[in-house]
Design a protein around this ligand. Structure first.
Ligand code: NAD
Length: 290
């Protein structure tokens, strides 16, 4: 397929590289990042989009997505599909989908989980919102960039799934970290704590697959000095998106709200920026009851 790829940063570059490897013709544009090998550079987002059957965007936030979409939609060929893989607010995803539909284009919101490692390995999970037709067009590309793809529903459903998942993740990571810190102060060995909880009702992905305690459980960023992995500021972004969405639809999410507040403090007032989101464990471990 002919693909336009806009936003070739930490995630976009390896995703585009996997499309090239799968034999697709990829034309790319980024305001700052260099083009990965095999991607033809374009002079603008509109130039990358012109003539493409699918335009993929992988951008920092909803405001940038809206600006890029306003530029590329008029340049896209009739019947082409605009597929945004960024994590953005549900309202921006739906607004961009409506603009694309009004211009006779398909549109998908298809945020990912799996991080930079998953993008490089081609093992991302895609959660997708949009029409059946647009989904069928882009499906082979998802399969080239990822291992699992779920069509979640209409426009915005992919972003909804993403922020709900990451709200659970933020909350369980905090719960896991504060429990480890409590266990420390109770004199319980961290390995014993892991052995019990990972096979008991307190188990979760945060404990079992991404254990925040160094030297315990499978290899994780904790074993690498809490270098990300998934940076605390990205978790904060996703938690804020969950709270923005919760406000918009009047949903009561007290745990998500508290998790957003704790990550905001960690990132903006403490030493959390640039550290993995599991570095909440050393944060709790050194704090008194507050
Ligand atoms: P990044 O900052 O590395 O990449 C974003 C790229 O967009 C940059 O290269 C930037 O130069 C480019 N860009 C910004 N404005 C542009 C414009 N107007 N036109 C063209 N290019 C522009 O970020 P990332 O880590 O690749 O993340 C991208 C998206 O994926 C974000 O929405 C993020 O929340 C989401 N995400 C990231 C991860 C992760 O682990 N990094 C995991 C899942 C989802």
């Amino acid at each position: 397929m002919r693909i336009g790829f806009i936003g070739l940063g930490n995630m976009g570059a390896p995703m585009a590289a996997n499309l090239v490897t799968a034999g697709h013709a990829v034309t790319g544009f980024d305001t700052a990042a260099p083009m990965p090998a095999g991607v033809t550079p374009a002079a603008s987002a509109a130039a990358a989009a012109a003539g493409a059957q699918v335009v993929i965007t992988m951008l920092p936030n909803g405001a940038i997505l809206r600006a890029v979409a306003a530029e590329v939609i008029p340049a896209m060929a009739p019947g082409a599909v605009l597929c945004d893989c960024s994590t953005v607010d549900v309202d921006s995803a739906r607004a961009v989908a409506a603009e694309a539909a009004a211009a006779g284009l398909g549109a998908l919101d298809a945020p990912v989980s799996g991080g930079v490692g998953g993008a490089a390995a081609g093992t991302l999970t895609f959660m997708v919102g949009g029409t059946e037709t647009a989904f069928a067009t882009v499906r082979p590309l998802f399969e080239a960039m990822g291992r699992k793809v779920v069509h979640c529903g209409a426009a915005g459903a992919g972003q909804a799934a993403k922020i709900c998942n990451n709200m659970i993740l933020g909350v369980t990571m905090i719960a896991t970290c504060e429990a480890f810190a409590l266990a420390d102060k109770l004199g319980l060995d961290r390995q014993k704590m892991f052995d019990v909880v990972s096979t008991s009702s307190g188990s979760s992905w945060s404990m079992n697959a991404y254990c925040p305690a160094p030297g315990v459980g499978p290899q994780s960023p904790a074993d690498n000095g809490y270098r990300p992995g998934f940076a605390a500021e990205l978790m904060l972004k996703d938690l804020r998106l969950s709270q923005q969405a919760a406000s918009a639809v009047d949903a009561d999410t007290p745990m998500g709200e508290l998790a957003a507040r704790l990550y905001a403090t960690f990132v903006e007032e403490e030493d959390g920026r640039g550290r993995d989101f599991s570095a909440m464990l050393p944060r709790f471990a050194k704090r008194p009851r507050g």
